[in-house]
Write a protein that binds this ligand. Structure first.
Ligand code: GAL
Length: 414
């Protein structure tokens, strides 16, 4: 191999070094758990916009939200952080900021005036010590009920508006040989259905008071007992293959008519759209049965690891800026099944279910927060999921015992 002089070799190294640095400045590794068809299609819209602005996207998908979040944190603690990682805004992200693990994108947020463009609830949850620690990209609702219209019509069933009506409808469906509820038997999915029952039976004030105070009297209340009785009444309505099933497989059961209903966040609507179905046509959407109207929100976001030096900052700031561009907000959310985080994005191109969400959220009394990542500390969130899953999967725990172990788990965790 021809020997370079030292000077020539240094010049060559420096030129590569500079270009490598320039390339590195536009490169962002993105760690996320969006691995379903619609999640990948939605995220591709962000990637396309980021790359169109000169960014290089290094994709690190990890299936399962809890797996991806654990990987992101372990990599930060291990000194090999992913520059950008999916989380959701709320108390659990603040816990990472408390540990000094996050960079902030306050410069972009100020330049783009996010304070004026985002709902106050999101502004408050996405900021830490006055700076944005995440780029909120959407608003999802968890208390949705998706249903196969033909299955309901064949069984002579109207869309239920109370849990008593739902149970009567489910008994009729089961007698007709139809699986009433398509459920993925994983703790977070069981919790989503439980919280729809809690909201539906207790009402939006009870939900808000319970999860904001974790008050013993509320946890021991007759209302809470009624919630566990109603939740227990749903057990006979899922099929025996439910345990371990992924959420999008349950959505597919409703799409195909193998199950009548799914109680899930409206990311399920993304799968319905990806299947080529206009939401509200063959697959309908409604809020889960409830005594009053409310929206249990979870806000997807991307946070930014604190990195050594400034090399990653330009790519992190570019990513934050791209995610909130109006065109990206529309393209991403239409495929994700969510609605834009930004208030000033035209919504007339969104489906009828999204229009219901947008209209509902205009009344601030409907604003509730998920116990997944948003509204409670991680220890309490884990206690809620685990104790509900224990109850759901127990063949002999009474509703009263379920309520007591739920109370005990939360009291221990809070
Ligand atoms: C949630 C997230 C949704 C969807 C869902 C299932 O945490 O907010 O966007 O990804 O997980 O993967």
């Amino acid at each position: 191999m021809k020997k370079f002089s030292t000077a020539a070799a240094c010049a060559a190294f420096l030129s590569v070094g500079v270009s490598a640095g320039a390339i590195h400045a536009q490169t962002a590794e993105v760690l996320h758990w969006w691995t379903s068809g619609s999640e990948q299609a939605a995220l591709a819209e962000v990637r396309k916009a980021f790359e169109a602005k000169g960014g290089t996207w290094v994709d690190t998908p990890i299936a399962g939200g809890s797996n991806a979040r654990a990987a992101a944190v372990n990599r930060m603690l291990g000194g090999d952080p992913a520059a950008v990682f999916q989380f959701s805004i709320g108390q659990q992200l603040r816990e990472l900021a408390d540990q000094g693990l996050l960079a902030n994108v306050g410069k972009v947020a100020d330049e783009e005036n996010w304070d004026e463009k985002l709902p106050p609830l999101i502004v408050k949850a996405a900021k830490y010590d006055g700076n944005y620690i995440a780029a909120p990209i959407n608003i999802h609702g968890e208390n949705w009920m998706f249903y196969n219209k033909a299955v309901l019509e064949d069984a002579g069933i109207d869309v239920p508006t109370s849990w008593d009506d739902f149970i009567a409808a489910a008994e009729k469906l089961k007698a007709a040989g139809v699986t009433p509820i398509g459920l993925g038997g994983q703790p977070w999915q069981e919790r989503i259905m439980f919280n729809s029952v809690l909201l539906g039976v207790g009402g939006r004030e009870f939900y808000a008071d319970l999860y904001s105070t974790l008050d013993d009297d509320l946890l021991e209340s007759d209302t809470m007992h009624q919630v566990f009785e109603t939740f227990a009444a749903l057990k006979p309505f899922v099929d025996e293959s439910s345990p371990g099933r992924n959420w999008n497989e349950a959505t597919n059961m409703v799409i195909k008519g193998d199950a009548a209903f799914q109680f899930m966040g409206d990311w399920a609507k993304g799968e319905i759209i990806a299947a080529g179905i206009e939401p509200g046509t063959t697959v309908g959407c409604a809020f889960a049965p409830a005594v009053d109207t409310a929206y249990i929100m979870t806000v997807d976001a991307f946070a930014f690891s604190a990195m050594d030096g400034e090399d990653a900052t330009p790519a992190q700031e570019k990513m934050a800026q791209v995610m909130l561009e109006p065109d990206v907000q529309i393209a991403f959310n239409m495929k994700k099944g969510s609605i834009p985080a930004r208030l000033d994005v035209p919504s007339d191109s969104f489906d009828s279910c999204a229009q219901t969400a947008i209209k509902t959220l205009q009344d601030k009394k409907t604003h509730l927060v998920s116990t997944g990542l948003f509204g409670v500390p991680s220890a309490v969130s884990g206690a809620i999921d685990d104790s509900i899953s224990n109850f759901w999967n127990s063949a002999d725990m009474s509703p009263k015992e379920g309520q007591e172990q739920f109370h005990e788990a939360i009291s221990y965790a809070k």
